[in-house]
Design a protein around this ligand. Structure first.
Ligand code: PLP
Length: 406
């Protein structure tokens, strides 16, 4: 079956508008995806009829809100094919999930002289939490290099797995390059040496179905806002034995069994890691987003996005002086590029006048920019509501850039 993007587009009301007099062409879903009507409706319905604080109330509204909140946990479990719903922890997003693991698993398992292994293509949120940990513990942050196409050099990665490596943290998909990492192989290599693996799935889940049980990873994280849900919500999946052994991340209400000034006892997982009142409606909207993506045919969507990527890549190659950054054989639908003699921000500003939204900058991946010797790139990223016409509009917009800059 082929994926019907025109039909999917109709679910996204924001796309039906003009920007500076032109129809909106939204090519920045890797930064944050737009929301279907189903998600918007779920959030407003929840506020209109079911809202109350969760877990504590004995009254009807609180119980309804709790059921809706916990239903999302079960949806996230199903979405990731985790074994148990208690392995799903709600967080603010990928950034908080990685900080949680660094500050709990990391602080208890990493000490002086130990190593944490990441890659050169990580988002800052999978670099800085580990740097903070390494600084505190006098541990070393090791970086597995990437090649000129933006693919991870697996022989180098393997060489960097040492008896001192305490955790490996790797992007499933790179946000700046679109590279899809061989995560199953990464997990196998690390596990052969008894090292746990965290996978940053922020850029993977909008494009492919992920099965944490078959990947066999120890932690997997993603953000709701990149998978068509609201911002401020995300998931940390963790293997139950690891989560149980980890100390709490933040203290407060919701995460305790009993508190006295002498001693506090904590709830079991997942609640041990969910201190305070969460973004309840956000989690409910996130559940609607998961329903939305789970209703799609993943193979048809992957084939559709592959076609878009191939088409965009072919078209961009026709532009003189354009250099693609990120040409790994396995990529998601992201094209990052620079145009000789034109600053990426100028490209972005001219495209904006045409109604085209692209991201320009370092994409929170400055080491990737350094690796390719550029300060910034223009990045067009595609989601299920983009079409070949969007690529044509982008090409016409880049034509305007050439007219301005010669
Ligand atoms: N990791 C990757 C690969 C990302 O692309 C992003 C966001 O761009 C993040 C982590 C951080 O996600 P969030 O800002 O939702 O916490």
């Amino acid at each position: 079956m082929t994926f019907d993007a025109e039909r999917a587009r109709k679910d996204f009301p924001i796309l039906r508008q003009r920007i500076h007099g032109n129809p909106l062409t939204f090519l920045d879903s890797a930064a944050s995806a737009q929301k279907p009507q189903q998600v918007i409706d779920a959030i407003s319905r929840f506020y209109e009829s079911d809202y109350a604080n969760i877990h504590r109330g004995v009254y009807e509204l609180s119980m309804r809100a709790t059921r809706a909140f916990e239903a999302t946990r079960e949806k996230a479990r199903r979405f990731l094919n985790a074994r148990e719903a208690r392995e799903i922890i709600f967080v603010r997003g990928t950034t908080e999930a990685i900080n949680l693991v660094a500050q709990t698993y990391g602080r208890t398992n990493v000490s002086d002289g130990d190593e944490v292994l990441i890659t050169q293509m990580e988002h800052h949120s999978n670099i800085v939490p580990w740097q903070l940990l390494c600084l505190e513990k006098k541990a070393k942050l090791r970086i597995a290099p990437i090649d000129d196409s933006g693919a991870l050099i697996m022989e180098e990665f393997e060489k960097l797995l040492s008896p001192r490596t305490r955790i490996v943290a790797v992007a499933h998909v790179s946000n700046a390059l679109g590279t899809v990492n061989p995560v199953r192989e990464i997990v196998d290599l690390a596990h052969e040496r008894g090292i746990p693996v965290l996978l940053d799935g922020a850029q993977a889940v909008p494009h492919q179905r992920v099965d944490v049980t078959s990947l066999d990873c120890d932690f997997y994280t993603f953000s709701s806002h990149k998978v068509f849900g609201p911002s401020g919500v995300g998931v940390l999946y963790g293997r139950a034995e690891l989560l149980e052994a980890m100390p709490p991340y933040q203290g407060g209400g919701e995460m305790i069994l009993s508190v006295s000034f002498e001693k506090t006892t904590y709830k079991g997982i997942p609640h041990k890691f969910e201190a305070g009142t969460p973004d309840i409606a956000g989690v409910v909207g996130f559940g609607a987003a998961l329903d939305y993506v789970m209703s799609l045919d993943p193979r048809a969507l992957a084939a559709y996005e592959r076609d878009l990527l191939d088409y965009a890549t072919e078209e961009l190659a026709k532009i003189d002086g354009l250099r693609l950054i990120g040409t790994a054989p396995r990529k998601t639908a992201v094209v990052s590029f620079v145009i000789e003699g034109v600053h990426p921000h100028d490209v972005g500003t001219i495209l904006d006048q045409e109604g085209i939204a692209v991201r320009t900058g370092h994409h929170c991946a400055q080491p990737v920019m350094d690796r390719f010797g550029v300060p910034a790139t223009v990045r067009a990223s595609f989601a299920l509501y983009n079409t070949r016409e969007d690529v044509d509009v982008l090409m016409a917009g880049l034509g305007k850039v050439r007219e301005v800059f010669g």
